[in-house]
Write a protein that binds this ligand. Structure first.
Ligand code: AMP
Length: 307
């Protein structure tokens, strides 16, 4: 494959031919699975892949099996031309754009379930979601056979579950988790932000402010995670347009809820604004969970919640 060619392929066989040739030439392959409606969060994954690998494969596939029956599969945004322009501008080499029946042939009946990790948090509200995610990601990893695959921290539970699946099934791929890209006011970029009306968009900043408050309180040495949760919940409740779905402080690997703070913690939340569901999270890593000198070590994000 010429190094400067931008290829869009809908065919598994064609993609495999190109990638087999690239692999034979010793080139490292990076894969970035997406559902399209690309924004700067996705672009940052392409950039991480560009830096770490030689051939960047973006996949764009709105995966029906990860949507529940009453979710937004049919109205999920699909701005294909703009997405292809964005991929080209980000120096993606290959865009894989399969049709639904290419990935789900008639009588498709093999599913991947990552037990436990798929049942809490998002899984409690969207019971078949992670079965769909794990299955399609395994299929894409099998098709592309990348050296590394890049996911966003924005979907924290998803990347934890994929890491677990890769470990359990001995998949020969490195999973790279890239930081969440945010709007200047803190809102995490999401393809679903386009659903928010102006008032909801303004209200949505409370999610990242809630996370900053949690980070601040955990870093300040609050001895009980429940007290932190109560304080953040009170902040979220102060915004009438926001209905909180869950707010938990968990171990970042097992996603088990924590009653006591520990050195590494993830704060995960989901909330509804009108008909739109948004998720967000932050990872809190304390050098020493007992230290009281941490105020000086607050991240810029946490400090700004004091302003
Ligand atoms: P999606 O198209 O929503 O399935 O997302 C595709 C990938 O982009 C997933 O790995 C997401 O975690 C990642 N992603 C989505 N939003 C962001 C963001 N704001 N910052 C970084 N990565 C993101």
């Amino acid at each position: 494959m010429p190094a400067d060619r931008f290829v869009v392929s809908t065919s598994i066989a064609e993609l495999r031919r190109m990638l087999t040739a690239a692999r034979r030439e010793g080139r490292k392959i990076g894969c970035v699975p997406t559902m399209g409606a690309l924004h700067r969060g996705h672009i940052s994954l392409f950039e991480h892949a560009r830096q770490a690998t030689d051939i960047v494969v973006a996949t764009i596939f709105v995966n029906p099996s990860q949507f529940g029956p009453h979710e937004d599969f049919s109205k999920y945004p699909r701005p294909l031309e703009a997405d292809l322009d964005a991929c080209r501008a980000a120096n993606v080499d290959i865009v894989f754009l399969p049709a639904v029946d290419a990935l789900y042939p008639p009588n498709f009946s093999t599913w991947v379930t990552v037990e436990r990790l798929s049942e809490s948090l998002e899984g409690r509200i969207r019971p078949t979601h992670f079965r769909g995610v794990a299955t399609v990601v395994l299929k894409l990893l099998n098709i592309v056979q990348p050296d590394a695959a890049f996911f966003g921290q924005k979907d924290f539970q998803q990347q934890a579950l994929i890491r677990h699946m890769v470990r359990d099934l001995d998949l020969p791929v490195e999973i790279v988790t890239c930081p969440t890209v945010r709007e200047p006011d803190g809102l995490a970029l999401s393809s679903r932000n386009v659903y928010l009306n102006p008032a909801e968009r303004r209200a949505a900043t409370i999610l990242s402010r809630g996370l900053r408050l949690a980070e601040l309180q955990l870093r300040a040495g609050n001895p009980q995670t429940q007290a932190v949760i109560d304080n953040v919940r009170a902040l979220l409740q102060s915004e009438p347009l926001v209905q909180s779905d869950y707010l938990e402080i968990v171990d970042p690997d097992t996603l088990a809820p924590l009653t006591q703070p520990q050195t590494r913690m993830a704060v995960l939340l989901a909330a509804r604004l009108g008909a739109t569901r948004l998720i967000d999270n932050c990872l809190v890593e304390l050098a020493d969970s007992k230290s009281t000198e941490l105020v000086g070590g607050l991240t810029e994000a946490a400090k700004s919640c004091l302003r």
